[in-house]
Design a protein around this ligand. Structure first.
Ligand code: GLU
Length: 642
């Protein structure tokens, strides 16, 4: 018998089976969402009395074991991924199935009306590659689309509108991921999600709160209100939320294929509501210009990842329209340079110096990201993540005091020496606080790190009538006008352009093999959360959940936040004394991560508490299995000395 291939055989397109509608588990026994390896479109709707899916699944932020691992914000979605792995699917298959399920159970943070970034380590080729599935501005967008009378449009007005909606990239991302790396069909991987949408899921406290927080704007759009504000009130925790329109949309996608979102009835409905938002009487919101031609021409971009090294590890992240990979890589380079300059490894410093160094590094990386990164030609990516640039930029770091904010941006011109000359100052950009990140690893060694979003919680606030999904407001990630007068801004709106993102799905290798994968939700804090998660594992010997649960600081040059547990501690007081700017933020970021402990042995981690916590799962629980070979825990390397 030959060893199973990481990719495995493609199932026959003619395979027929009844989706695990046979899944008629009573609510109390619904411990698994078995997809039965079956395929296509159910011939008839599931009986109503099947009850909601996954009601009693445990929600745990950490699990160690073999056979594969999935970490997401939601146990129902993580279980979908685990079931795919159990039945022989690989990490790409499971990531797509998990994401499709998240579109149902976390509809305010992601879904087929949005976009995202997919980073993948392929065990067969031993290479990391990426898919940029970012939303794209329609052809009708111009540099002044978000100006009114020459001034930036009110941000809230821009969010709740057709104008903010970019052409969604999520469905095309799933198609590309399955095509490039998967072993299962698109239809199969959407089956569990369709089932959840039809049978419903039990609303939790976080969902109720998010609905209540958005109730006013949701009430402006009848299609949104009828789904999330039944009887005019936010859906309540403990009730079952069914979304038959979304189930039908998933069914149509499964029947017609991914192009169904970009051509035909669904595309027409998207373009229609963007151009003529359907609001309650008396409410007017700006309309957009998206056409079915804009939808029809949407394509993902397959891009080489950002790559840099950090303390004996290889970091891989997103390039293209996301600034995430560059900013995380620059942060890591700066930390490495700081260790070099001071002669003390990050591993060996106390908490105060750890957070101080980290804040100085992220603030500097943000100054550079804001000035140089966007969806424009000629972004100096290689230079921004070069060690030479970091050496020049770390020159002003002082263990005894924080740099004056805002830090001027650097000049990534390839000619580095001394302290270089910092250039003008760049301000801060608009970012929301939503999004979701999922991480998957399989027994063959493939790893997927996938962040997706509809921008704000609830996106544009507009559900496509009759289709059951929210449209994004991603185009508000453009700067409405140049951030700094007289300084070129790479993130201004333009036709066909992708707004700059902070999403940072990341994969770290050591000795050429997967070491860990991580990413986060949380607007611009995604970058700092992801970088901190990686550093907590590499330099502070944390487990995946331990790294995710650490107290956070997010210093983003002009904006600087920290969690109250940090600010109000002795460490916080010492950071203040160093001049480290920190505004309290109740929680910062929300991530997931997987550490690969050995061949087929995983430490899956999710957020322990923030946002109600996340869900980490493995196929076979337990520290060791006959299939796994634990490796020694990684020791941080000493800083290099020149
Ligand atoms: N739109 C944000 C970005 O792409 C993510 C949304 C959020 O997390 O607020 O960076």
């Amino acid at each position: 018998m030959t060893a199973p291939s990481p990719r495995g055989p493609r199932p026959s397109a003619t395979l027929r089976g009844v989706l695990a509608l046979a899944l008629a588990l009573p609510v109390t026994a619904a411990a698994s969402l078995t997809t039965a390896g079956a395929t296509p479109v159910p011939q008839r709707p599931a009986p109503r009395d099947q009850g909601p899916v996954g009601h009693t699944l445990p929600k745990t932020g950490t699990m160690t074991g073999s056979g594969g691992a999935v970490a997401s914000v939601d146990p129902v979605a993580s279980q979908v991924g685990i079931d795919v792995l159990k039945r022989g699917g690989n990490a790409a298959d499971a990531a797509v199935a998990t994401a499709a399920a998240l579109g149902v159970v976390e509809p305010y943070a992601n879904g087929i009306g949005g976009g995202g970034y997919f980073v993948y380590y392929d065990a067969r080729t031993k290479r990391v590659s990426t898919i940029d599935g970012r939303e794209t501005a329609p052809a009708g967008m111009t540099g002044t689309s978000f100006l009114e009378g020459g001034k930036p449009m009110d941000f809230t007005k821009a969010v709740n509108s057709g104008l903010s909606v970019g052409v969604p990239g999520t469905v095309a991302t799933w198609q590309a991921a399955l095509q490039d790396y998967g072993t299962r069909s698109f239809s199969q991987m959407l089956a569990p999600a369709e089932e959840i949408a039809r049978r419903g899921f039990v609303v939790d406290d976080a969902f109720e709160t998010a609905t209540a927080d958005n109730a006013k704007r949701f009430a402006q759009f009848p299609a949104t209100a009828s789904l999330f504000l039944p009887g005019g009130k936010p859906v309540e925790a403990g009730t079952v939320l069914r979304n038959p329109d979304l189930a039908a949309t998933y069914a149509e996608l499964r029947r017609r294929g991914p192009s169904a979102l970009y051509r035909g009835g669904i595309a027409q409905d998207i373009a229609k509501v963007v151009n003529t938002p359907v609001t309650v009487p008396g409410v007017m919101v700006p309309s957009g210009t998206m056409t079915t031609a804009d939808l029809g021409r949407y394509q993902v971009k397959r891009l080489a990842p950002i790559h840099s090294t950090y303390e004996g590890h290889d970091y891989y992240g997103m390039a293209g329209s996301s600034s995430g990979g560059i900013a995380v890589a620059e942060t890591l380079n700066l930390l490495e340079e700081d260790a070099e300059r001071t002669g003390v490894a990050l591993h060996d410093v106390d908490d105060v110096q750890y957070y101080h160094r980290f804040a100085e590094a992220t603030a500097t990386a943000f100054a550079d990201r804001n000035r140089w990164v966007g969806d424009v030609p000629g972004v100096p990516r290689q230079q921004l993540v070069s060690q030479g640039f970091a050496r020049e930029r770390a020159c002003g770091f002082d263990p005894a005091k924080a740099q004056q904010r805002p830090i001027a941006f650097g000049n990534p011109d390839g000619a580095y020496g001394g302290c270089g000359t910092a250039l003008g100052k760049a301000g801060q950009s608009n970012d929301g606080q939503a999004t979701t990140h999922l991480t998957v690893a399989d027994k063959w060694g493939n790893v997927a790190s996938y962040t997706l979003t509809i921008e704000q919680f609830g996106g544009s606030g507009m559900v496509v009538p009759g289709r059951g999904f929210l449209l994004n407001n991603e185009l508000t990630d453009f700067n409405f006008r140049p951030m700094t007068e007289g300084v070129p801004d790479p993130n201004l709106p333009a036709p066909g352009k992708r707004p700059r993102s902070s999403m940072s799905p990341s994969i770290v290798l050591k000795g050429g093999r997967p070491f860990m994968a991580a990413g986060a939700a949380g607007g611009a804090t995604i970058i700092t959360t992801t970088a901190q998660t990686i550093v907590e594992v590499i330099d502070r010997d944390k487990t995946a959940m331990g790294a995710l649960g650490a107290r956070r600081i997010s210093s983003r040059n002009t904006a600087a936040t920290a969690e109250p547990q940090l600010i109000n501690s002795a460490t916080g007081a010492a950071l203040k004394a160093l001049g480290q700017p920190m505004t309290p933020a109740e929680t910062i970021g929300r991530g997931t991560a997987i550490r690969v402990l050995g061949r087929n042995l995983f430490d899956a981690g999710a957020e322990p508490t923030r946002g109600g916590g996340g869900s980490a799962m493995v196929v076979h629980q337990g520290k060791h299995s006959k299939h796994s070979k634990p490796s020694k825990p990684s020791k941080p390397s000493k800083p290099r000395h020149r």
